[in-house]
Write a protein that binds this ligand. Structure first.
Ligand SMILES: Cc1ncc(COP(=O)(O)O)c(C=O)c1O
Length: 421
């Protein structure tokens, strides 16, 4: 295996976790499609069930192909371990439920991805768990929302489609002052743009379906454990002791895996790990283009009279611009943006007039993608909830792809021309 620690991020994204010598010289691991694995002796299977070996037992528990991706993603985020799962929502569900019991609370930003919002607000509520939602950039509100029952603070690196960027270092500091871990959904930034563990986050979650795989051909999610949170010292997690005894600094990941991932049956098919690894090889190049294109597109949209407003942290007057600039190291501001047209009908006309940009419900694909969230993902939400999530009827969301920027701008421009008549 390459000594990838010395490599820059752009090279590590290709070489981290590579073991071609174990794969008969192949530069990607084989897809281990088998449901179950042979064990030479009864002792070995017993030891493996007891967690004394890292051998594989059954695909719902672990899979050799998935493990290679887990090691790559943990290395890229600066974590100590990871579990790859069937989707981003599986990762969010398991990553949060591992810390929650009936009666517990947690504090989260209010600019959450749609299914995360529904999971937190409606599904968890059925089990007596309360999500206290606050403005994700408002640290005072976050502090006020913390009670004796709080088990963690949860944020997204970039709000979707609110585009707000919380200060992760300050949020981690605040959470830790109360003995709480900070969990960050880093899907929209990817580890190319931001590595939350470097700012003090304890757990990082991704929908790998987006930028990490990048080609709209694989679904997946990952929970990455920094291994740094001191569960025993916190005073809030007496129930973590059996996991601390078993796995020490990886107690949380062991709980996510052993108590939730295995029993909820959220395993990912290895083809998805394989495709994600193929996509991952070009993450740095793709992100460079996504970020440059999004900035150009945001500036273009702002120059157009048909566009009422543009929401993108790369614009100098955006409230999150200063935090994003330092947190993202000047590399850029993400590939997603939102903008406003006159009303819903105008948004529909604009979307229907596009020739190259695809109209579909996804983001982070190498292709440019557009959607009218209020009438699609959020169509069944009550209007006041939509308003609180900043999902207005005039809002168009654009995931800027890696096509030639002039072609994206030309397509947007010709469709904007068409909405005048
Ligand atoms: C920020 C964020 N987190 C999580 C998810 C859920 O991911 P998945 O669709 O892989 O379950 C999404 C999906 O769009 C997302 O945008």
């Amino acid at each position: 295996m390459t000594d990838d620690v010395a490599l820059s991020f752009d090279s590590r994204v290709i070489h981290a976790g590579q073991s071609p010598e174990q794969w008969q010289g192949a530069t990607l691991p084989p897809i281990f499609q088998n449901a179950s694995h042979l064990h030479a002796t009864a002792e070995n299977l017993s030891d493996t069930f007891a967690g004394k070996t890292r051998d594989h037992i059954y695909m719902r528990l672990t899979n050799p192909t998935n493990r290679v991706l887990e090691e790559k993603l943990a290395a890229l985020e600066g974590g100590r371990g990871a579990v790859f799962m069937a989707s981003g929502m599986a990762a969010i569900t398991n990553g949060c439920m591992a810390l929650l019991r009936a009666g517990d609370e947690f504090v989260c930003g209010n600019s959450l991805f749609m299914s995360t919002y529904l999971l937190f607000k409606n599904v968890f509520a059925k089990y007596g768990i309360t999500a206290r939602m606050v403005e994700s950039t408002d640290l005072d509100a976050m502090a006020e929302a913390i009670t004796d029952k709080t088990r963690f603070v949860y944020l997204e690196t970039i709000g979707n489609p609110k585009m707000d960027v919380p200060d992760l270092e300050k949020a981690a500091h605040l959470a830790h002052a109360y003995g709480l871990p900070l969990i960050v959904d880093n899907t929209l930034a990817s580890p190319y743009l931001c590595r939350p563990i470097e700012f003090g986050a304890d757990v990082v979650i991704h929908s790998t379906t987006k930028y990490l795989s990048g080609h709209g051909d694989a679904v997946g999610g990952v929970v990455i454990d920094s291994g740094r949170f001191d569960w025993a010292a916190s005073g809030r997690f007496a129930d973590m002791q059996p996991f601390i005894d078993r796995k020490g600094e990886l107690a949380y990941l062991d709980r996510v895996w052993r108590e939730h991932h295995i029993n909820f049956g959220t395993s990912a098919a290895p083809l998805h790990a394989y495709l994600t690894m193929v996509g991952l090889d070009t993450l740095a190049l793709r992100m460079e283009r996504h970020l440059a294109n999004a900035q150009k597109v945001a500036e273009f949209l702002r120059s157009r009279p048909e566009v009422a407003w543009v929401n993108y942290a790369g614009l100098a007057d955006h409230p999150s611009h200063p935090v994003a600039r330092s947190q993202f190291g000047g590399l850029g501001y993400g590939g997603l943006l939102a903008f406003g047209l006159k009303d819903r009908e105008t948004c529909f006309k604009f979307i229907n007039g596009l020739k190259m940009v695809y109209h579909l419900a996804n983001l982070g694909d190498c292709k440019s993608l557009v959607i009218h969230p209020a009438s699609s993902q959020y169509v069944s939400f009550a209007e006041e909830v939509r308003q609180s999530l900043a999902i207005t009827q005039d809002l168009v969301r654009l995931s800027v792809g890696i096509e030639a920027p002039a072609d994206i701008i030309a397509d947007l421009g010709q469709s904007l021309d068409g909405i005048k008549g």
